[in-house]
Design a binder for this molecule. Structure first.
Ligand SMILES: [Zn+2]
Length: 327
């Protein structure tokens, strides 16, 4: 018997996300990547700094040319390294000498594991294979702690986090990965009102292009927050929803650059009688990611299929993966 779904108005959390677009800001010159390579090569005993500069510039330009317009997350296919950062700030912090925080970290791994298994299963349904490298208990190199002096729940992770811990290039090389994503986990309490979100930034460059080698595409998981006076916890569906943003899948509960208002209204009507909510529409407190639908629209924007009836019917925006194929 079909479940009565009054939850749509009461229990669904519309997970708010900034989407995966480069942030502006930062003051360093675009060539900082070259400067770093030069410094590295000189320190490695290169004979001549000028030769090294030329070589480094050429190498850097090659890397830029080789970069996918999809950024370092790339396709939802192949081997993807997930680098997790337990981020402490002036607002919230981690202390792994305390059992409570150790338990919370274990729950994070369980939720992340469920989310990634779900995504791998959806990918397999479309004949593609994805392998996520994420288990920091098996490989401690896949996670790190970081402490900043600024608040962490509301602030985009700063560029020195990535440079100081692991750059996308380092992770690709170390793990033979096709793609790299970052996962910041902030140990917020229920006073926090900032939801988990997804975004990207390019270290060392003032705004703009999303094609350079050091683009960091990240999910920020704020573990607890209050929404409409109700307490919410991050759960496996939260991780899956946010990670899908990094691969180009938009929210389906509101109009955006890809989603029309007509389609958002259509989704609201459909979801109000659906048994399971779409993973990109909303998550339900206490429900596993397994209780969420992965629709053809989700698959289309994740690059798993090139055709989608709803995209044509409702005139939705083109998947970034298709644009890449045509370039
Ligand atoms: Zn979202």
């Amino acid at each position: 018997m079909k479940r009565i779904v009054s939850w749509i108005l009461t229990a669904v959390i519309l997970v708010c996300c900034a989407g995966c677009t480069p942030e502006s800001g930062g003051t360093e010159e675009p060539d900082s990547g070259i400067a770093m390579l030069v410094a590295e090569q000189i320190s490695n005993g290169a004979v001549c700094a000028l030769d090294t500069l030329q070589t480094a510039r050429e190498e850097y330009e090659k890397e830029v040319e080789a970069c996918s317009p999809l950024g370092n997350a790339g396709e939802l296919e192949g081997r993807i390294a997930v680098f997790t950062i337990f981020a402490s700030g002036s607002d919230y912090s981690w202390d792994f000498s305390m059992q409570e925080d150790l338990d919370q970290r274990a729950k994070c791994l369980k939720d992340l594991s469920e989310a990634l298994a779900y995504l791998a299963d959806q990918t397999a349904r479309y004949g593609k294979n994805v392998e996520f490298l994420y288990d920091w208990e098996e490989d401690p190199g896949l996670a790190a702690e970081y402490s900043a002096k600024h608040p962490m729940a509301n602030t985009a992770a700063s560029k020195e986090i990535a440079y100081g811990l692991a750059t996308p290039r380092q992770l690709k090389e170390t793990y033979g990965a096709d793609g790299v994503i970052y996962l910041f986990i902030v140990n917020t309490d229920y006073e926090n009102t900032k939801k988990s979100h997804a975004n990207s930034y390019e270290p060392g460059k003032a705004g703009g292009e999303a094609t350079l080698p050091d683009l960091i595409e990240y999910v920020k998981i704020n573990l607890r927050y209050s929404y409409d006076s109700e307490r919410r916890d991050a759960q496996s569906s939260t991780y899956a929803h946010e990670i899908l943003h990094l691969f180009g899948v938009p929210d389906l509960y509101e109009a955006g650059t890809l989603i029309t208002q007509e389609y958002a209204d259509h989704m609201q009507a459909v979801m109000s009688t659906a048994y399971y909510p779409d993973i990109m529409y909303g998550v339900v407190t206490g429900w596993s990611v397994r209780n969420h639908m992965f629709s053809e629209v989700d698959a289309y924007y994740a690059g798993l299929t090139d055709t989608c009836a709803d995209v044509e019917k409702y005139g939705l925006g083109k998947s970034q993966h298709i644009e890449t194929d045509q370039d």
